[in-house]
Design a binder for this molecule. Sequence first.
Ligand code: 3PG
Length: 403
Amino acid sequence: FNTIDDFDIEGKTVLVRVDINSPVDPNSGIILDDTRMKLHSETLKELSDKGAKVVVLAHQSRPGKKDFTTLEQHSHVLSKNLNIDVKYIDSIFSHEAKETIKNLKNSEILLLENVRFFSEESISKSPEEQSQTLIPQNLAPIIDIFVNDAFAAAHRSQPSLVGFAPILPSAAGRVMEKELKVLQNAIDNVEHPCVFILGGMKSDDSIDVMKNVLENGTADYVLTSGLVANILLLAAGYDIGKVNKKFIKDRDYCYLVKKSKKLIKKYGSKIVYPKDVAIQNKEGLREDVTVDKIPNFSIFDIGIESIKDYAKIIRSAKTIFANGPAGVFEESKFAMGTEDILNAIASSEGFSIIGGGHIAAATVAMGFENDVNHISSGGGACINLLSGKKLVAVEALIDSAKK
Ligand code: 3PG
């Protein structure tokens, strides 16, 4: 693929897709972590310094979620990080947005609205098909060069991520370039035993990755925590309580139970799920219970005995890839799983990569950032790439460069 170095940028209108999807406090609406904005600032600053008219496209969360917000606040945080005034407009391709783009001066930066406010953005199609949808069709005529820096969303085949590359000269941004280089190097040098640690909430991604890495022999063990562990417990025949079943159902993840059953049957002890979990009891306290005796209370972490087992496997691993926190680490009584797993990764001699916004924030907050080999800005994208899958937005850049 091309990079920014392959183009003469000065005076050009450059559309940059970044991933500044950030944790937002559901009550105050305040952005809690600006790691991704700091990262992308490098690319944006370089383009601005080189005299481009910079138009920024990004998403925040998903429709229906509490942190599905406008990008107004993001523009303030970006302005602060860049020390340049980042303009913001509350639409994506309205008449006003297009006029503002046309009137940009060299080095100015404009952030458009949360691209997922436009419903077509959430539909997956091939890059060629996406190039004919409304967002690329409306913006491409007033853009000279497309830069994709959104590594963390590069596994999504959505219009803003893959729809510009077929119709505009395109390049990878600096974040994208760096991530691909580090992760490709890791893939080429996997040493065994190799452990994948899958947690967090995006269980559809996790189960896919689990299947891939066991099938292609990359992983010797897959350790599970977070929501995916609950799905596996259900698949293994445990009663996880009504409230936890409902949580899975509300996220439309019931189909994953069937998939998981097949995987457990095929790969047996290579798939590790907890033997105990932590719930919040009536008094509001943490209580660790064995998985054959889970009461009807929400599960918020993996249990102490499971943590010990996981730590042992992690310490003897030569390669460790981790995605997603083990539990609700934001609450101190449920931080133990995440903290002890990170501690085991940090003290292991194996090569380690941690991916995903929340676990990356936990790694920094808990002081482990200097003891892991790489913290990726991507969660799903990182783990998908490590599992041997191609990232559709990267493939679109490669095809665009061939043209
Ligand atoms: C992420 O945080 O992993 C990326 O921003 C992608 O978000 P998504 O899973 O909602 O597509």
